[in-house]
Design a protein around this ligand. Sequence first.
Ligand SMILES: Cc1ncc(Cc2c([C@H](C)O)sc(CCOP(=O)(O)OP(=O)(O)O)c2C)c(N)n1
Ligand SMILES: [Mg+2]
Length: 548
Amino acid sequence: MNLTHELLLALKARGATEIFGIPGDFALPLFGAMEKSGVLPLHTLSHEPGLGFAADAAARARGGLGVAAVTYGAGALNMINPMAAAYAERVPLVLLSGAPAVHEADSGLLLHHQVKTLDSQWRLLEEVTVDRARLDDARTAPALIARVLDQALRRAGPVYLEIPRDMPMQACEPVGSSPAEVVDTERLAACADELLSRLRQARRPFMLVGVEIRRYGIEEKVAELARRLNIPLATTLMGRGLLNQTGCAALGTYLGLAGDHELCEQVESSDGLLLLGAIVSDSNFAVSSKRIDFRHAIRVWQGQVEMGHHVYQAIPIAELVDAMLLRLPASPACSAPVQQAAPPNLPAAQELPAPDEAVSPAAIASALNQMMLAHGPMPVACDVGDCLFTALDLLPTDLLAPGYYATMGYGVPAGLGLQVATGRRPLVLVGDGAFQMTGWELGNARSLGCDPIVVLFNNSSWEMLRTFQPESHFHDRGEWDFASMAAGMGGKGYKVATVEELVRALALAHAERGRFQLLDVRLPPGAISPTLRRFVAAVKRLSMPDAG
Ligand SMILES: Cc1ncc(Cc2c([C@H](C)O)sc(CCOP(=O)(O)OP(=O)(O)O)c2C)c(N)n1
Ligand SMILES: [Mg+2]
């Protein structure tokens, strides 16, 4: 068959279930071939960042590869930020881009969309990918495709395939698999033995899990490992929502000084802290009450295991967890799924302020918790801003958010990508500033068959920034009447100011299917979530210790 058909079969074989794309003349042959092959549905959106965030969310929510397809130059370079987000957050996102045909490069003309040179795009994307290949020869294409796609999954990171526009219909052999990674069994055994020995010697062992346990599909195994080790565990901020389907009793989300005090104490006083698939970043550890001495922690991240002064290379996390389970006998007491303990810093779901009170972020969390208690949990796609801090007060549910890379614009496209890839109706939490960036992708919800419930924190401000630098005036974003814009995009808008209006709008929104529901929640000036308030206080306390 042709190169495009074999490429799509290879993507599908590695978990992709759709492609999000915006074509251009350098990509028309590729898009035509993709549409004709019918191997994967092709969904178009309105702006390339939305493609990237939708494909990212599809990969996170469903597992396997997320796929975005764009044109050369203006299209692909619009994807740099979503690719960077996927790189930082360990998401196997595949970027397909059209490109000038091989012979066009010899025309001697400067081609439209090119930058410094015809290779500028190729070079720019190196910095935000774990692998890339140019498919300019049908004989080598199958092996290159297999290598790059398998790297995306093995390294849990974004990759790039450049497809010159004279290649999509070229005859091509099927794509096989790249050579399997060989794990040194002796090194793996030594690593597992030392790790377990350190945990046994610890008086206060603790397990903190992060995004890699989702990316490598090992949440159930990690839950079993925690049961057999019989040690407490929690998630990092980035790992919020992990283990949610396993019935494992995670103690909540570690937020240092900004979170639950007891959990903070347990993590920071542990003499055997196992960081399993968790990134040691400021978003996860910036507000630790005391500097955690990571030299004494056990860090499992990006195929490496660091314990004290020992570093084990090329230890895939899934193989390490298997090796530890082999060394830990299952006991009946461990197999009983422990009732999920709700995070301790969760406002009681029933604690709603008086009906005529102005809405606050805490009231949004409580009203959403009430709705999910009544109707069942909904997956959440969350943007950056106070909505992300508010999301930490929701009952345990799947949460997709760029908690570490922290790019705005993720929420709405991610909600669409989540629903396209899984069929589950999402809750989208987004601030007014972030909505102004990519919220307009809601206009594609109808054609995508999506009907998210969008809760827009409308404080007419870049409020999170104002909490750090209140004296500035550039945070003001003015009055935007988002509710009245919903109908024009095919959805239903609600203008919400009081608690009573919020509860009623959520009830109506949840009851209506078939079109997106946009709750434009007008927040009073300065209204922020308790978690953001604690976070800012902690950051200020840690950055200005003498300030008292
Ligand atoms: C693409 C992009 N641009 C800029 C920023 C910086 C930034 C934040 C982070 C710190 O970098 S938080 C924030 C304001 C967000 O405003 P809004 O969406 O209205 O939410 P809220 O009012 O709840 O803050 C900005 C501009 C960013 N994270 N991502
Ligand atoms: Mg705002």
